[in-house]
Design a protein around this ligand. Structure first.
Ligand SMILES: Cc1cc2nc3c(=O)[nH]c(=O)nc-3n(C[C@H](O)[C@H](O)[C@H](O)COP(=O)(O)OP(=O)(O)OC[C@H]3O[C@@H](n4cnc5c(N)ncnc54)[C@H](O)[C@@H]3O)c2cc1C
Length: 467
């Protein structure tokens, strides 16, 4: 055993330094696109243990990859293939430290699973609104390190906006206690904001103070069929106007994405007939279910009269509402069943989305005849998952290998031309690192490199990711 492994055992206990045996679950990313090899998987249980692990790795010049739930989608949470990197798993940092109901805040450790955080808030009669399909496995530390978005950004913002403070172990193994429930604190550079979205490259988040909200009295969900994307965008404007801040979800799914769900998950009932676009709307109402239903039905009636919507179904029960959300959340699964595709998680100004899709759908159809577009996402935030599936009968893996670079060039050139971003919510990781280097303005890149150099001069935290 190397001196480092010996010392790590001393720091966290031999049972929590895994070196032999099958480490595939930690070494393989969720999409099974990246498979690395770790020197060891280390599982500290406290901030002090994390600090000890980081100090030991720094003293040995050993790189360290933080990992939470390993549900990230850009290859940033697994080690590289060298067998020299230590994987630091945060899953034993899983305590809820405090809930302050008067201050609408809670402090939790980084390895808490998102669903457990939501539940702890609910048990205190409050809402933690971050919500995404991986919530049963992803951790709050991972959510913050990737600045996760999800389905309620429209109303509550993404992970960054839900965070009041952080506790971080620096690359030198010092503990920065930036926890606290302040809504206002103008005391210089915002260090918290530096670590949020840094994908484990600047420090290890060990705990966070999060914003809580009053629980809504009721939520109401509906599906609406639209003939075109501009009509979905017009429906969004109408929903904002009529529902105001009670509009908490606005998801759009193109016809092919729901056709894939129909093909691979036929047990999921689809309340509406196939349409070019289907929108899922959700209202969260402070008053009552009857009030929410009234607002939703009235807005859908106006949408039908104006020809924005051709058909609509309002959920009659919590069960029906869950089924509607399952349809949306099943799309990634249905895609995976169909075979790997070329994925893009892009952001655009809502006002440019229709023009972007018009131009880019046509360019892809010309360049890759027969290819099929799975286009769905958080339309209310201007965030699309714009994925290209191989033509029917073409092996998906071959299509991916042969055409990924060319497809990405078409999509990302169009994204930039329409004032968008190549990563809306999944981050950069290993997957988009080169794309970032090509497309981020040089001044921005050089400031990012200066920050990395200042905080992690040895370059030991998640090297090769992001920058
Ligand atoms: C089915 C599915 C649906 C998803 N839906 C969404 C969605 O709607 N919106 C969205 O934004 N994302 C979505 N994601 C991706 C999303 O980024 C992750 O699910 C989640 O935010 C990552 O959390 P994690 O704990 O799994 O982090 P990991 O995957 O373990 O790590 C992700 C990154 O964070 C770093 N990291 C993890 N923990 C820490 C820490 N404590 N300190 C420092 N760095 C750390 C890692 O090094 C890595 O760079 C989805 C993923 C899946 C599989």
């Amino acid at each position: 055993m190397t001196a480092l492994l010996y010392a790590l055992r001393g720091a966290v206990g031999a049972a929590h330094v895994l070196g032999d045996g099958d480490l595939a679950a930690w070494e393989t990313d969720w999409r099974k696109r990246y498979r690395g090899r770790a020197l060891a998987v280390v599982r500290p249980a406290s901030t002090a243990e994390v600090a000890a692990v980081v100090r030991l790795c720094a003293a040995h010049g050993t790189a360290l990859v933080p990992q939470g739930g390993n549900t990230g989608l850009v290859g940033a949470s697994v080690p590289d293939a060298s067998g020299t990197q230590v994987l630091l798993s945060t899953t034993r940092l899983n305590r809820v430290r405090a809930i302050d109901t008067d201050n609408l805040a809670m402090t939790v450790e980084a390895g808490c699973v998102l669903q457990a955080v939501q539940q702890a808030a609910r048990d205190a009669g409050l809402l933690f609104p971050l919500s995404l399909a991986a919530e049963g496995s992803c951790t709050i530390g991972g959510n913050l390190a990737t600045n996760a978005g999800g389905t309620q950004v429209l109303r509550y913002g993404n992970a960054r906006e839900l965070c009041l403070g952080l506790e971080v172990v620096t690359a030198q193994g010092e503990v920065w206690d930036g926890l606290g429930g302040l809504r206002k604190d103008n005391t210089g550079y915002d260090l918290r904001d530096l670590f949020i979205g840094s994908e484990g490259t600047l420090g290890v988040i060990t705990a966070a103070t999060l914003k809580l909200f009053p629980l809504p009295a009721a939520t109401m969900t509906a599906l609406a069929a639209c003939a075109s994307l501009p009509r979905c965008v017009a429906l969004l404007a109408l929903a904002r106007e009529r529902a105001g801040p009670t509009l908490t979800g606005f998801e759009a799914m193109n016809g092919f994405s729901l056709a894939l769900v129909r093909r691979h998950l036929p047990q999921l009932r689809q309340p509406l007939a196939p349409a070019p676009w289907t929108v899922l709307l959700e209202l969260s109402d402070a008053e009552s279910a009857a009030h929410a239903r009234g607002v939703l039905e009235a807005l859908l009636e106006t949408a039908l009269e104006r020809g924005l919507v051709d058909d609509a179904a309002v959920a009659e029960s919590i069960e029906q509402s869950r089924t509607m959300w399952h349809l949306r959340e099943a799309i990634p699964l249905a895609q995976a069943e169909e075979g790997p595709n070329i994925k893009h998680d892009i952001a655009l100004p809502v006002s440019r989305i229709a023009a972007f899709c018009d131009a880019t759908d046509a360019a892809l159809a010309r360049a890759f005849p027969g290819s099929r577009l799975v286009n769905f996402g958080h339309l209310g935030d201007g965030n699309l998952h714009y994925n290209l599936q191989a033509p029917e009968g073409v092996a998906p893996a071959d299509f991916l290998r042969e055409h990924e670079a060319a497809v990405n060039a078409v999509v990302y050139d169009a994204v930039v031309a329409h004032g968008g971003s190549i990563s809306a919510e999944h981050g950069i990781g290993a997957l988009k690192r080169d794309e970032l280097a090509r497309r981020k303005p040089p001044v921005a890149l050089s400031m990012m490199r200066a920050i990395k150099q200042a905080l992690d001069p040895q370059g030991l935290l998640n090297p090769g990711r992001l920058l």
